[in-house]
Unconditional design. Structure first.
Length: 338
């Protein structure tokens, strides 16, 4: 069962990264590189705000070294594909969402091991941190570049096939998480699952919620429009839990990591539920204001155009045409100063 779980984790990660690559268009990537706001937001959100948040939560709840490493690993992961789907549902900026996910995934190759090394110093005297396989983490991250590059090539050569693969990857995300949850629970057993501390469940609830709030605040600081704020919020709070699960499964022994295999799955559960509530609240209360704002912008444009037409000054160089009663028309001569 453990070997089958490892194969499933690897395949799920490859399909997810392939779908991410299929969502990236080279033309949009070039535009974002010329104006690297998405790259900067991905850097600040995924590798400054979220690792620091995970570290502080681990200290506040006084986690042991195993749980702390699992929380830190999830906090240092790049953005996940769930944010792309949720951005569509809240009328967000899809180009910004995809670029942030792709750029954070590429930056993770260098910054994720660095963040893990920095924030794990507090537990440096423990066995799990001393055995923290940063080289294996980098190798796992590097292996994701191949399906991403293949996806970009498919998007460039066969756009229709790329659209289909994006949909398949989103569905595989849901199916993989459900199967992983069931298989991991079966492998660990209900007794071991019951040993997960309540503090770990609390962090799984609070961490994505705080990530959404941090992302929205970060976009507000950059004075971005509302639809971009929603996008950055979802991108910051949604982590690549498939990558986190793959690293925990492929680089740590079951005896060492124990029940903390479940943390990224718990995080995925609560980040999806909270993002769903975010979408529901937007559909109920925010969408009407979004439409009104859009309509207001169009009305302002029309009014401005009308004012320009009304304020046009007639050319009086050769005389002004005036109208009187009975539809009579007279020409009033005017003198032009030379």
């Amino acid at each position: 069962l453990s070997q089958g779980l490892s194969v499933l984790v690897g395949l799920g990660l490859c399909v997810t990264m392939l779908g991410l690559g299929c969502a990236v268009e080279l033309g949009q990537l070039g535009q974002q590189l010329r104006r690297p706001v998405g790259l900067l937001l991905a850097l600040l959100g995924q590798f400054v705000a979220m690792p620091l948040l995970a570290f502080l939560l681990a200290l506040i709840f006084a986690l042991d070294e195993v749980a702390a490493v699992a929380v830190l690993l999830c906090g240092c992961c790049p953005g996940g594909n769930l944010s792309n789907l949720m951005s569509v549902l809240v009328d967000g900026d899809m180009n910004l969402s995809i670029i942030m996910t792709a750029s954070s995934t590429l930056l993770a190759l260098f910054l994720m091991p660095l963040c893990l090394w920095i924030y794990s110093r507090h537990w440096i005297n423990t066995a799990v941190v001393q055995l923290l396989p940063l080289g294996a983490v980098s190798l796992t991250l590097g292996s994701t570049l191949l399906p991403i590059g293949l996806g970009v090539l498919i998007r460039y050569r066969h756009p229709r096939a790329a659209d289909l693969l994006v949909k398949i990857s989103l569905w595989s995300l849901l199916v993989t998480l459900v199967v992983l949850f069931i298989l991991t629970g079966t492998m660990l057993g209900p007794d071991l699952l019951a040993q997960i501390p309540a503090s770990v469940y609390a962090i799984a609830v609070l961490m994505p919620l705080a990530g959404y709030a941090l992302g929205y605040g970060l976009a507000t600081v950059f004075k971005m429009p509302p639809h971009c704020r929603r996008t950055v919020s979802l991108e910051t709070g949604c982590q690549n839990v498939q990558l986190c699960t793959a690293i925990l499964k492929l680089t740590f022994s079951p005896e060492l990591i124990g029940s903390m295999y479940m943390f990224p799955l718990l995080y995925a559960l609560f980040q999806s539920a909270e993002a769903g509530l975010f979408v529901l609240a937007y559909k109920m209360y925010g969408r009407d204001s979004y439409k009104q704002d859009t309509l207001g912008e169009e009305e302002d444009t029309d009014i401005s155009y009308k004012k320009l037409k009304e304020e046009e000054v007639p050319d009086t160089s050769y005389g002004t045409v005036t109208t009187e009663e009975h539809n009579s028309i007279q020409m009033e001569p005017t003198q032009t100063a030379l």
